[in-house]
Design a protein around this ligand. Structure first.
Ligand code: NAD
Ligand code: MG
Length: 386
């Protein structure tokens, strides 16, 4: 029996993690969980999973907590993340909050010597060097939940001392893969929120449509697998059957395949190095028509190129990219900019905010704040008017 804290239990990853706990009650017990705004769902979850600690990062008065849920310790505000990550004793901490909010939690959990299951890619994008240092210090691998990184991690289980020569991150290409750039520029929210293969939270769904998600994943892979950017390729694979690949010195390529179902990478991180049943569908090779591949088109998806630019610049440039992107996605979801302007806003912010090298955690947060402020300022200029 292993105990788990789930940060962001009401999200797409969080709810699936809870389903998996319910599927394997003899293996996992939830000891802490946090939600943000969706309090009704969160109350239901607390009622069902009966953790020792529960918290809402968007605070509410204690009187509003239903009487039957007062059996556990309640913590409100940001402190909830800290308590769930580092104070409540747990064998594992699943960080599945969205955005840079995850960075402090990952650092807290690692400093408390916890095994971290990482869904929140923004933590590695913004503070990769700090997170990897902290993980090395406690001597526990950071277990990736992001499907591409889980695929690579799974491929590397059989690699022994052989270091891969190249990582190949696959990408579905999202809903606009075949669209003309002028149409992508004007894509609506409804179109951008309709992902062809995966059902996910709003922010990552928009990131997938702009391919900024793949940009964040290139940076995530750079840190997780200690690979230079030039050895991380992105390959469009619209069927999302191959979740990513690893190439070795002799030319051998290892891949991990499966249906597009996040329960597999979530559960693999929870049960590693063991594998458990997810309850999901199996691949049917005979029914598969074809697996196809294409080069990503950087004129359609300029955001992807920005990842390589950020890694080349080094320092806090990736944190600046991430902060600007969080503002840009939010602005798009609030009809303040056009879809095609997301990457433009990120690029302009990257060119306007000074980069800090060998940054401390506080300096990473400062670069993030500066990027957000600059992006907000750019949003007010006439170029970004809808
Ligand atoms: P989501 O929007 O569905 O859920 C986010 C969770 O974080 C919710 O529980 C919400 O309550 C909480 N939250 C939101 N803002 C917060 C804040 N400021 N402080 C604390 N908590 C906050 O998102 P998701 O799709 O589950 O994604 C979560 C993370 O996992 C993201 O970093 C995403 O990139 C990554 N990820 C998701 C998927 C997927 O399939 N959904 C796949 C790979 C990686
Ligand atoms: Mg992914």
């Amino acid at each position: 029996m292993q105990t788990i804290s789930i940060l962001g239990s009401t999200g797409s990853i969080g709810t699936q993690a809870l389903q998996l706990v319910a599927l394997h009650p003899d293996r996992f017990r939830v000891v802490a969980m946090t939600g943000h705004r969706n309090r009704e769902l969160f109350f239901e979850q607390v009622r069902q999973f009966r953790p020792e600690m529960a918290g809402l990062t968007e605070p509410i008065p204690m009187e509003e907590i239903p009487a039957d849920l007062r059996f556990c310790r309640w913590v409100m505000g940001k402190e909830a993340l800290h308590v769930a990550a580092a104070e409540v004793p747990a064998d594992m901490v699943l960080v599945s909050v969205v955005g840079i909010a995850g960075l402090q939690s990952v650092m807290d959990a690692l400093q408390a010597n916890r095994q971290v299951l990482l869904a929140n890619k923004e933590a590695l994008v913004t503070g990769g060097h700090l997170v990897m240092d902290a993980a090395r210090r406690i001597g526990k691998p950071l277990l990736p939940v992001d499907s591409e990184h889980s695929a690579i991690f799974q491929c590397l289980q059989g690699a022994g001392p052989n270091k891969p020569e190249r990582l190949i991150l696959t990408a579905s290409g999202g809903p606009f893969r075949t669209w003309e750039p002028k149409d992508i520029m004007l894509a609506t929210k409804e179109q951008a929120l309709k992902h062809p293969n995966w059902s996910m939270g709003r922010k990552i769904t928009i990131d997938s449509a702009s391919m900024m998600n793949k940009a964040l994943e290139v940076i995530e892979a750079r840190w997780l697998f200690d690979m230079p950017a030039e050895k991380i390729d992105v390959l469009i694979h619209p069927q999302s059957v191959i979740h990513s690949m690893v190439e070795f010195e002799d030319g051998a390529v290892m891949a991990q395949l499966g249906t597009p179902d996040m329960r597999l990478p979530i559960l693999y991180a929870m049960s590693w190095p063991e594998r458990l049943a997810t309850g999901g569908a199996r691949l049917d090779f005979a029914a598969m028509k074809a697996l196809t591949f294409e080069q990503p088109d950087l004129t359609r998806f300029p955001g992807l190129g920005l990842a390589y630019e950020a890694l080349k610049a080094g320092g806090t440039m990736s944190a600046i990219l991430n902060g600007a992107n969080e503002i840009a996605v939010d602005a798009f979801l609030h009809d303040r900019i056009r879809f095609g302007q997301i990457a433009q806003l990120v690029e302009e912010t990257m060119h306007a905010v000074p980069v800090v090298y060998h940054a401390t955690l506080d300096q990473v947060f400062e670069s993030d704040r500066m990027a957000r402020a600059k992006a907000q300022e750019l949003l007010k200029t006439s170029r970004f008017a809808v």
